[in-house]
Design a binder for this molecule. Structure first.
Ligand code: GUN
Length: 297
């Protein structure tokens, strides 16, 4: 079977249209316009880019968005108070605090302070726990975007061996939990691997679905991929490249040129998973505005 691209650009445009239509309908019916709030601490380049892109996407689909910025000298208590203010503001439906945070602030404490019903990133322990149990929950945006891709390309997952490389709280851990659930996409036999894993190439080679989320540019090479595998690349790193005007190229965790010919499906970088992430965040915010995930809070 020839290799097919899992085209995040195409899918995200399609999903954005769907969200825009839904928001337009809400507006016509006089309902609550979904409102996403992002808190950004400091001026880290990639965080600036991500947050700007999230805000712009909200605008494109007719949603409301607010960016709250702090210097990286902000105290933990000041930040927690800003989170509490958003929790208490009925006009604000969803809140994300962009990670990473400076070392003097506990990301766990911040995540736990976000009200679970506004936690559209799905990072609160209540949302992670509910997701693991298969209860209604906000699912973190990148894993949800990957599920959406698998679904829209009708990729069979039941009974397959899914290898997740990386155990981050944002991607690897939730991804592994989701892929083993008794639903579609899911019902995989899941192996979660990390920096201490022995025989990683052997394990990767046994994957029908390989999800690379370790944050090391071009780590996954052709010899680590089975013929016909589905390869999902979550990496997005800037690598110096003198041939580019910007001085850098964007690289995923997969050595695309040599891996792609072996696969049945593969995500490009850029133009793959990243664009899906933002769509999931907006879908979650629409659900938050509709009160669909949590009732009775
Ligand atoms: N940093 C990298 N990815 C993410 C994400 O999905 N959400 C937040 N809040 N921060 C991130």
């Amino acid at each position: 079977m020839p290799m097919q691209l899992l085209d995040g650009k195409f899918l995200s445009a399609q999903i954005k249209q769907e969200i825009a239509a839904e928001v337009a309908q809400i507006r016509e019916q006089g309902g609550k316009i979904p409102h996403l709030v992002a808190i950004l601490v400091g001026t880290l380049g990639r965080s600036e880019t991500y947050v700007a892109s999230k805000m712009k996407s909200c605008e494109e689909v007719g949603m409301k968005s607010t960016l709250i910025r702090f210097d990286d000298t902000v105290t933990e208590e000041e930040l927690l108070n800003a989170v509490r203010d958003v929790n208490n503001n009925p006009d604000m439906d969803g809140l994300i605090v962009q990670l990473p945070l400076p070392d003097h602030i506990s990301a766990d404490k911040v995540m736990e302070t976000i009200h679970p019903a506004k936690d559209v990133d799905g990072f609160h322990p209540i949302n992670i726990g509910r997701m693991a149990k298969g209860l209604p929950a906000y699912i973190s945006a990148t894993p949800q975007g990957i599920l959406e891709m698998l679904k829209r390309y009708d990729i069979k997952t039941a009974g397959k061996h899914c290898v997740v490389v990386g155990r981050s709280q944002i991607v690897g851990l939730p991804m592994a939990i989701l892929m083993q659930r008794n639903t579609y996409p899911g019902n995989c036999t899941v192996t979660i691997t990390h920096s201490r894993t022995q025989n990683l190439p052997d394990i990767c080679r046994s994957a029908d679905i390989l999800i690379a989320a370790l944050g090391r540019p071009e780590f996954i090479t052709a010899d680590m991929v089975k013929d016909g595998a589905v390869v999902i690349d979550v990496g997005l790193e800037r690598v110096p490249d003198a041939t580019k005007k910007s001085g850098f190229a964007l690289k995923g965790d997969v050595k695309f040129d040599e891996v792609a010919p072996r696969t049945s499906y593969i995500t490009p970088v850029p133009g793959g998973v990243g664009l899906m992430t933002i769509c999931s965040l907006m879908q979650n915010t629409v659900k938050a505005a509709r009160g669909e995930v949590y009732t009775g809070f």
